[in-house]
Ligand binder design. Sequence first.
Ligand SMILES: Nc1nc2c(ncn2[C@@H]2O[C@H](COP(=O)(O)OP(=O)(O)OP(=O)(O)O)[C@@H](O)[C@H]2O)c(=O)[nH]1
Ligand SMILES: [Zn+2]
Ligand SMILES: [Zn+2]
Length: 516
Amino acid sequence: MAEIVRFVLLPVLFLFGLSWYLAFVPFIATLRGLALVMQVLAGYGRTLVGVVYRRTPEFRTLPPYRPQDEEVKAYRNYFFGPASRDLRQLLTLEGRSYTTTVGDSFRAVTSRQFVAPTRHRAFTIPYGLTLYLGLCAGAALAVPLLGLLFALHALVLALLTGGARLLAGTLRAVDRAVLWMKRLRTGMLCPHCFERVPYPSYDCPSPTCRRRHADIRPGTYGIFRRRCECGQRMPTLLMLMGRNSRLQAYCVHPHCGKPMNTDAGHMPEVVIPLIGGQAAGKTQLMAAMLLSLEHAAANGGPAITLADEESDTNYQVLREVLRMRGHTRATQKTLPRAHSFVLGGGRSQRLIHLFDTAGERFVDREDTDALRYARAARTFVFVLDPMAVKAFWTTMEPPPGPLLDRTLGSTVDPEEVFARSVQAVAAMGAPLQRSRLAVAISKTDLLAEHGLVPAGLEDSTGARTWLREALGLHSLVQAMELNFREVHFFRTAAVANEEAGVDGSVAGFVEWCLRS
Ligand SMILES: Nc1nc2c(ncn2[C@@H]2O[C@H](COP(=O)(O)OP(=O)(O)OP(=O)(O)O)[C@@H](O)[C@H]2O)c(=O)[nH]1
Ligand SMILES: [Zn+2]
Ligand SMILES: [Zn+2]
């Protein structure tokens, strides 16, 4: 009887039960499969939050972008590197998490239903096989779902990255357009190496940091702001720098790297080179021009601010020299050759560079460096010391008396200096044909003291005639008019009276030079 039960009844019952159970297989398998899919997706969510937000060590598979490893010591913008690193990390980690989840699920079924079942295997094996079936289906279904999520992530990232790059590009273009409008298309001028700087470097504004940032424009390290390695935020655009938050600009030329004017890049720049022989009076004339502008500013004219500390200190020295009616000659060595100042206010602000081309030394290669500056100039000043003209001492009517100190005059022939300077400046690529020339007849106060200044010298035509007729400078005047678009002659006296008022001749001369 026992045999009947064991070998006939039970198998029949088992088969009967099994066929009844088969009806539930799809249901159970589907549930198990769905559970696995949900588990995998939950794992994806955790990994996503970990990689993108929590950023704890267990979610790191690739070395991070660190500012100290960057060429420019700044944090990268998320869409310029870190975002794609996150995506790759997510892919790696999710791959691992998927394998573990699916593997663990299969192992759990194997051990609980096959290896060490708690019930009779007749029950657990069909159940285990059903679970296997569900797991297989779930594992297979999870793959395209994960792929879809990744694709979505990558798509959003690509769109945002494209947007970020487009925004950065647009901002750079706007910045360039603003520079263009300020007539700084080819860059700003370095007052030290006289080179054009397309876009200066800037130092981190944090006083304890001072790391140099080569190109702060929108891009890899930030769109509107960038973060220095020290944590300090800095603007990426010249237009984002408020008047009081302008960063210190530096020249980008490797042999220079010196600080530039703080106003560089914020306003149009005007370069006025002074050409003339040694001791023709260039330095003193520059000082007089500044002093004259300062007086004009005090009397309601355009405001003038010395652009940098160096210009300021230099100017104080010159002013003293002028005030004392002293001669610059004694202090020749230490006297500055360039002055930068900001003239005007609001939209009409201009950064003006007056500089001495050291014309007498054009032979020296190193000294012609300064001439590069002249390329940017559209107005030149030629300082002509009448006492340097031989005819002044020999054929002038009336002849200069013995009281006029010959040693106060320049000894370099103006004709020679002019020819050499024009040649050198033109060789540098300065468009002289489109430029104006102001001829400053210097030291006329000395001539006036000795009654050597004729009445007609006040206007350009009179001065021109005087140079041609009295000093016999026909060919020089002709050369000037041939080389330049416009030539204007001025009588100047770079002297100041007791109240530090500059000789009246300077104001008109300066006004003409700065007219654009
Ligand atoms: N009285 C008078 N003296 C002047 C005037 N301009 C220059 N001087 C004097 O002329 C001498 C030469 O002037 P500078 O201004 O140093 O001449 P420079 O052209 O700069 O000379 P370098 O720098 O050597 O090329 C100095 O002793 C000045 O004091 C002027 O308008 N009136
Ligand atoms: Zn420089
Ligand atoms: Zn810093």
